[in-house]
Write a protein that binds this ligand. Structure first.
Ligand code: HEM
Length: 411
């Protein structure tokens, strides 16, 4: 007789179109019956509850990578496909791919750039850019919130931070969109080819930028990375390329999707939008509920690096893979009363696990919070009668959770 865990595992299919159409009822049912389940076909253990996901994020016996402690055979991992070498090279020194001590060394350097003062200094440029982007559409009356506003806004701010000139923003967006498809559960060969090509383009561009900044330094992050000294040495070009790529890819996809998903939630719950318009809830508080209610990143994984790891009563052997379901955890009634209610004034919304936790906790969270607060406030103030012009369609992918477009009437 098979256990309940295994049976639920067969039914749960995070790649099925019916699931992707509205995952929350199924995620809730799963969370209530099954805190942890082994999925035979996907070769992973899914973790569903808030406290367990939180604990996994902080457990140092779990790693984003295993290659510092074991071989691919031991971990039964597919070898990295050499056809996508440019993509793997780009990931090689990414914070998201590293574990200590390399992770500690590079993270310390990047963290030095995210001081509260430097993040606060982005508020004014963010306000300016949000208004500039919105201006031409106020007369036209309609826009695609993602393409016309959220994408150029978010990419504009992260590029300003990095030191990438305006005329390259669209290239970076295209490269980033192509590369992040490699994080999905069912990447196609066509997507992998495109991701690899994008990684080549991105690498060549960052190498150019490094050479330029060596010649003529500026006050930007690429210059800081070029000039940084760590443990008596400098960062290699490969380390700088990976760091710029991860900052850009991690730094805009999730922010754009938070705004898209969030505006959809607000338009479906008009009374909550009204609380922002009448000023009874500040935009900064609402941002936390937007991330809790419909997080832009639904799943993160860890490798089990040691024996003896227990998750929700299940002993998970070394070499296995754990997938944490953020959308399930963020609607756990044990953490959030009436979790399916969208409430922009929710007192403890900030306890969502949308930014992760532990050593890989989102390094850009303070910047993301400023960006989102400013863009949401600008929309509320300048377009209080905002409406969906059409019901937005989901991108049929689970991990990076977003909408294809969000057509809005500005009112
Ligand atoms: C709403 C927006 C955002 C969300 C929801 C988000 C979420 C996350 C999460 C969940 C992680 C941890 C992944 C893990 O534990 O496996 C993470 C890591 C990271 N995020 Fe964000 N992020 C956002 C915005 C940003 C921004 C604006 C930046 C950069 C400016 C950024 C840069 C990074 C980087 C570099 C990491 C890797 C950190 C490490 O591994 O040490 N993120 N993010």
């Amino acid at each position: 007789m098979r256990s309940a865990q295994e049976r639920s595992g067969e039914l749960f299919d995070p790649t099925a179109p019916e699931f992707l159409a509205d995952p929350y009822p199924e995620l809730s049912a799963l969370r209530e019956t099954t805190p942890v389940l082994h999925h035979e076909r996907l070769g992973r253990w899914f973790v569903t509850r808030h406290a367990d996901v939180r604990a996994c994020l902080r457990d140092r016996r779990l790693g984003r990578n295993f290659r510092h402690v074991g071989t691919e055979e031991e971990f039964q991992a597919e070898p990295l496909d050499p056809r996508w070498q440019a993509f793997w090279d780009g990931e090689r020194w990414s914070l998201l791919w590293l574990e200590p001590p390399d992770h500690t060394r590079i993270r310390r350097l990047v963290a030095a750039a995210f001081t509260p003062r430097s993040v606060e200094a982005m508020r004014e440029p963010a306000e300016r850019l949000a208004n500039e982007l919105l201006e031409p559409f106020l007369d036209r009356g309609r826009m695609d919130l993602l393409y016309d506003f959220a994408q150029p806004y978010s990419i504009g701010l992260i590029c300003r931070w990095l030191g990438v000139p305006d005329d390259r923003h669209r290239d970076l967006l295209d490269w980033s969109h192509a590369m992040v498809k490699m994080y999905e559960l069912d990447t196609t060969e066509e997507q992998a080819v495109a991701a690899n090509r994008a990684a080549e383009g991105f690498r060549d561009y960052v190498l150019e930028l490094i050479a330029e900044r060596r010649q003529s330094p500026r006050k930007d992050l690429v210059t800081a990375l070029v000039e940084a000294r760590v443990d008596g040495g400098r960062l290699s070009e490969a380390e700088i390329v990976s760091t710029v790529v991860v900052l850009l890819n991690a730094g805009h996809e999730a922010t754009v999707n938070t705004l898209g998903n969030g505006i959809r939630s607000l338009m479906h719950h008009r009374e909550q939008w009204q609380r922002l318009v009448d000023g009874s809830v500040p935009a900064a508080a609402a941002v936390e509920e937007l991330i809790r209610y419909d997080p832009p990143l639904q799943l993160f994984e860890r490798w089990v690096l040691e024996d003896g790891v227990e998750v929700a009563g299940a002993l998970i052997p070394r070499g296995e893979k754990i997938a944490m379901l953020f959308g399930a955890a963020n609607r756990d009634p044990r953490a959030f009363p009436e979790p399916d209610r969208f409430d922009v004034g929710r007192a403890n919304a900030g306890e969502h696990i949308g930014f992760g936790g532990g050593i890989h906790v989102c390094i850009g969270a303070p910047l993301a919070r400023v960006e989102l607060e400013v863009s949401l406030r600008t929309l509320v103030e300048r377009c209080p009668n905002l409406e969906l012009a059409e019901e937005p369609k989901r991108i049929p992918a689970f991990v990076i959770w977003g909408l294809e477009r969000v057509d809005v009437a500005l009112g």
